[in-house]
Write a protein that binds this ligand. Sequence first.
Ligand code: CP
Ligand code: NVA
Length: 304
Amino acid sequence: MVRHFLDIHRLDAADLRAILDDARARKQARKGWPRGRVDADAPARDRVLAMIFEKNSTRTRFSFDAAIRQLGGQGIIANASDMQLGRGEPIEDTARVLSRMVDAVMIRANDHEDVERFARVSDVPVINALTNRSHPCQILADLLTIEEHLGTVEGKTIAWVGDGNNVCHSFMHAAPKLGFRLRVACPAEYHPDLRDLEKGGAHVYLTADPREAVQGADVVVTDTWVSMGDQDYEARLAAFEPYTVDEALMAEANDGAVFLHCLPAHRGEEVTDEVIDGPRSLIWDEAENRIHAQKAVLAWCFAG
Ligand code: CP
Ligand code: NVA
């Protein structure tokens, strides 16, 4: 069986736990090393990773490229618009061709179904690097960051404030796997997809009130109000106006609560400068942890 990494709800809880633990161990083991040095076990030695981007990216692009190098492998990055994919070549044909040329494929796609279609015919592991529907790699980095600062995420309460978007969906997928509570505050018209909400089950509580959501929270998370591909910019800014994460909202969370944001951030919209640049913000650790988390994902895929 090829090990794809498509969504957290499709992983066994034990595999998810193992990926997070491996990420942490790999990070520890190379403290102080130059960024280009290969990990001692080099689990991707002689392997090639293709990275395909249909949408913009800074963190995902550089972290996956750095990750495959640190694992001893090599990467090839392409924007979909430069590929025949961008001129209408069927995604299945692209998948079959790349299966003959590389050992794994990472895709950032506009339409989630395209990643599923790619994976259905691919002979090599496929990794979801963000779609309109989910962003599982981001959530691994977030969980790693939370556990570094607060200990095990099991039993913790995480508040999501803002858009019920792709990143929120992946958080909901992880909640029952790792046993944390997720309190989601969104305006009614921008609530999460009900299919994803269902996957969170009793671990997810949905409200329209950001103050209610952050009560008892150990972690407060937000994301942009306008994701890549969203068209209704003005309507969104108006609807989300009461959802800015500011000092007053953080004060309603638990003492010592930390703040996360996957970035890129829009200071003055979903979060104030004081919070994102303040002492409770873990955003730079969170961004760095994209490398460590994705190395563990790649190692897990290659071990399959
Ligand atoms: N958080 C994240 O995925 O960032 P990029 O869009 O820059 O990759
Ligand atoms: N929700 C955002 C995340 C960017 C990393 C988007 O999809 O644009």
